[in-house]
Design a protein around this ligand. Sequence first.
Ligand code: AQP
Length: 335
Amino acid sequence: MSDEKKTIFSGIQPSGCVTIGNYLGALRSWKNLQDDYNCYFCVVDLHALTVKQDPAEMRRRCIELYAEYIACGLDPEKNVMFFQSHVPAHSELSWLLTCISYMGEMSRMTQFKEKSKKAGSNVGLGLLCYPVLMAADILLYNTDLVPVGADQKQHLELSRTLAARFNNAYSDTFKVPEPYIPANGARIMSLTDPTSKMSKSAENPNAYVSILDEPDVIMKKFARAVTDSDNKIVHDAQNKPGVTNLLEIYSACTGEPISSIEDAFAGKGYGDFKKAVGEAVVETTQPIRDRFKTIMQDKAYIEKCYTEGAQKASCTANKTLAKVHRKMGLAPHKL
Ligand code: AQP
């Protein structure tokens, strides 16, 4: 890793297959960062355990997500790419940071409020503590920049707060990370409820499009996408969230500005437009599907990459953890 380059950390939970939301909003821009930054790209598997997962399914998804990273263009030679659970320092630092965190700040997190509503009366403690683990992920690597979608800004703010709080209490230890908002990062909404974001763990598979969905499935999902009844293809997030979302997806896939898409489809019906959006998504994701199938045939290669990734990550993470132990007054060790 170069000392001159800035460090980036980011990750995705294996809570489902990567959606076009994760891809257009995050993964695609990570690919463009790998030459200019020291990048740590983590499969944040421990985060996915904040809700109950089927173990066999979880194991499969973890490996697939790692392969999806590679299929989306992330290079395990250029970046440190690993599973969070393979570097125990993440869990350890998470505990140490939990000890300087407050109930009030955790329970105010929007994602906690939303996800705990869905969980009903038995809200798991993991959902509450999730942002502390995220802070540990980031702070272990002296991260300068964290590429985040708008949905994760509040959690990153907490990472900054905890870093500054620790530094004030125990002397300068952590770099305080900054958000990195990718220039072309889109926020993609659900196809069945365009007022909420597209999520890979949504119960209804028609709500999201996975990058591994086959072309016929993609076309069907767009054909069924919720729009409205006035049949005008114009961008109006307030009054036409469904059509607006489709315009954003089309623009993110083709690079065409929204206004020229509106012009091109003026007078045309939603049927034609949805077909065009589906085709643009099929075209964008087809090379990823092809690469994914090839990579998945070589499990030994995937294992080699993630093992080496964890070894590299551990070197940096363990140094940071040892420093934190020392500052907090734990007995000296040379582990
Ligand atoms: N719909 C979206 N549009 C744009 N960006 C998105 N991201 C997620 N959904 C969208 C970005 O993807 C990265 C990884 O997200 P994550 O898997 O760690 O967690 P998440 O944000 O909770 O993603 P999901 O798909 O919604 O997962 P579940 O269903 O498990 O909650 C982040 O950079 C995020 O901004």
